[in-house]
Design a protein around this ligand. Structure first.
Ligand SMILES: Cc1cc2nc3c(=O)[nH]c(=O)nc-3n(C[C@H](O)[C@H](O)[C@H](O)COP(=O)(O)OP(=O)(O)OC[C@H]3O[C@@H](n4cnc5c(N)ncnc54)[C@H](O)[C@@H]3O)c2cc1C
Ligand code: SF4
Length: 481
């Protein structure tokens, strides 16, 4: 703890962003680099708690008080070593994580928490600028081969760890580019893809092999992987979308969020997509159904494409501005949040249930909805329509962002014959192995749609399970056991 009175003297400073009018004209990141000297002062707010609850909040077990202090003392090289010890990709989490560590920070009991996320991303960018981040090829190869299926953050973390342990790793990805939701889900304005490509380049130099357009269970038989590899890691995510089965759902102009975001991300990558194959919000009245992060990513994209109006519907009531009595620290605070996309415009409508879509010429033109009350009865949550609250809204484009129901089953999972949990995710044992010997799993495929930080933590943990399976023991760190 460099400055013992730091938390008393220094206030949390908001992360600077580009002005809304400027950022809506491009796809570049919303956040500006945090000014170095001010960031060091923010690091001084850390109290180096005897029991650092930020550790408990972070699935990776990041050594947060250590690097807060090192940044304050201007010891950036030590800080990046400490940060990389627990996190393969701090440039992803530092930009994209909702920061459960900040929700658990002890300072948050009666003050604003330490700005942990900004410190994290500043450490890694500082390190890249100075050339301190290099490929980490293993000194010795074990002769064992591992196939990782899926190239999202879980698959990438598992691949990097297994490569470090000396195994030969090939990552198979059905898409035409590597990255999973980091590539085609998360928009450029939240994380520019050059940061993903920079990390992938390092992994390739360290020896990880990437194979795209390889859809395991479709154009690449699972049996081939079983034959050619000593172990498998299933990291295929959980992208089966939740649908809204109401009258009019079949009309044109109603799309799943991921179909919409993928096309937009492809255009940002420079792909030539013909207009008739693209989903654009330009000049349209848009309704996004789903008030979560995927909906917010649609919102930011819709604004940049030039929609004339945007409403974002949410079934749940508006969260409170401060923690509710049944949501005490250090739990994740379920409070009203304003993301960068919300700052840019659009109207958020809470406690609303869409009843049907109406159209003409096969395209959606209007929707009908009703306000609802959330009621807890017999241990269950019900949404009861409020009498007389029905309303209609003219709409040209509807984006369904109501979450995901789990991993896609046909192909990979059915061919392999893995056991599923009652939630439809892939079952695993304590060593991260599925019911099929030698086949391991991690990330959203076993957890259900979650967060990047969990995917990385699980990828690291599953890698240790694989390494121990192949070698009889493992030195790899595993945050989740
Ligand atoms: C729009 C959106 C925005 C999000 N924003 C955030 C955010 O800001 N912060 C955050 O922390 N989390 C966010 N999340 C959640 C986060 O992206 C996921 O939890 C995380 O990416 C899960 O990582 P994963 O590696 O398990 O799966 P994924 O990232 O989903 O990657 C799985 C990969 O496996 C591939 N695959 C699947 N089956 C096969 C197969 N049979 N053969 C070959 N390849 C296959 C898929 O094509 C995909 O590329 C967001 C999610 C969405 C949908
Ligand atoms: S809980 Fe907050 S104040 Fe305490 S060590 Fe962690 S970051 Fe620092």
């Amino acid at each position: 703890m460099g400055k013992t009175t730091g938390f008393l003297e220094i206030q949390r400073k908001k992360w600077p962003t580009r002005p809304v009018a400027e950022r809506l004209r491009d796809w570049k990141e919303v956040y500006l680099p945090y000014p170095g000297a001010e960031l060091q002062q923010q690091g001084a707010r850390c109290m180096d708690c005897g029991v650092p609850f930020c550790h408990q909040g972070c699935p990776l077990g990041n050594l947060i008080p250590d690097w807060n202090d090192l940044v304050y003392r201007d010891r950036w090289r030590d800080a990046i070593e400490r940060l990389h010890a627990t996190n393969n990709f701090p440039e992803f989490t530092g930009r994209l994580c909702p920061a459960p560590c900040e929700g658990a920070c002890v300072l948050g009991i009666n003050d604003d928490p330490v700005t942990i996320k900004a410190v994290e991303v500043s450490i890694i960018e500082h390190a890249f600028e100075r050339g301190w981040v290099a490929p980490e090829a293993p000194a010795v190869r074990t002769g064992k081969k591992v196939a990782v299926v899926g190239s999202g953050p879980a698959g990438l973390a598992a691949a990097e760890q297994l490569n470090r342990a000396g195994h030969s790793v090939i990552v198979f990805e059905r898409a035409d580019r590597i990255g999973g939701l980091l590539r085609y889900g998360i928009p450029e304005f939240k994380m520019e893809k050059r940061f993903l490509d920079r990390r992938l380049g390092l992994m390739e130099k360290a020896g990880v092999v990437f194979q795209t357009n390889a859809h395991v269970g479709v154009n690449l038989p699972v049996a081939d992987l079983r034959r050619d590899f000593d172990a498998l890691v299933l990291a295929g995510g959980a992208c089966a979308p939740r649908d809204l089965s109401i009258p009019g759902r079949e009309l044109g102009g109603i799309h799943f969020a991921m179909d919409y975001l993928t096309l937009s991300n492809r255009r940002c990558e420079g792909d030539a997509i013909p207009e008739d194959a693209f989903i654009s919000a330009a000049g349209k009245r848009v309704v996004i159904i789903g008030g979560g992060d995927t909906g917010a990513d649609c919102l930011g994209t819709v604004h940049r494409q030039g929609a004339v109006s945007v409403h974002q519907f949410e079934l749940l009531p508006r969260p409170p501005d401060t923690r509710a009595p049944d949501n005490p620290w250090p739990q994740w605070p379920n409070i009203f949040r304003v993301s960068s996309a919300h700052e840019e415009g659009g109207e958020r409508v809470y406690s609303v249930s869409t009843q049907r879509f109406l159209g003409d010429g096969g395209r959606v033109r209007r929707l009908e909805a009703v306000k609802v009350d959330m009621v807890r009865a017999n241990g269950r949550v019900e949404f009861r329509p409020v009498a007389g609250s029905d309303f209609g809204l003219d709409v040209d484009l509807v984006l369904l962002a109501m979450g995901f129901v789990g991993p896609e089953k046909p192909g990979l999972l059915t061919d392999l014959g893995v056991r599923l949990t009652e939630r439809g995710t892939v079952w695993r044992d304590a060593s991260w192995m599925t019911s099929v010997p030698g086949a391991f799993t991690c990330g959203d495929m076993q957890r259900g749609q979650s967060l990047i930080v969990w995917a990385i933590a699980e990828g690291r943990s599953a890698a240790r399970g694989v390494d121990a399976f192949l070698m009889g023991r493992s030195e790899l760190p595993a945050p989740l056991g």
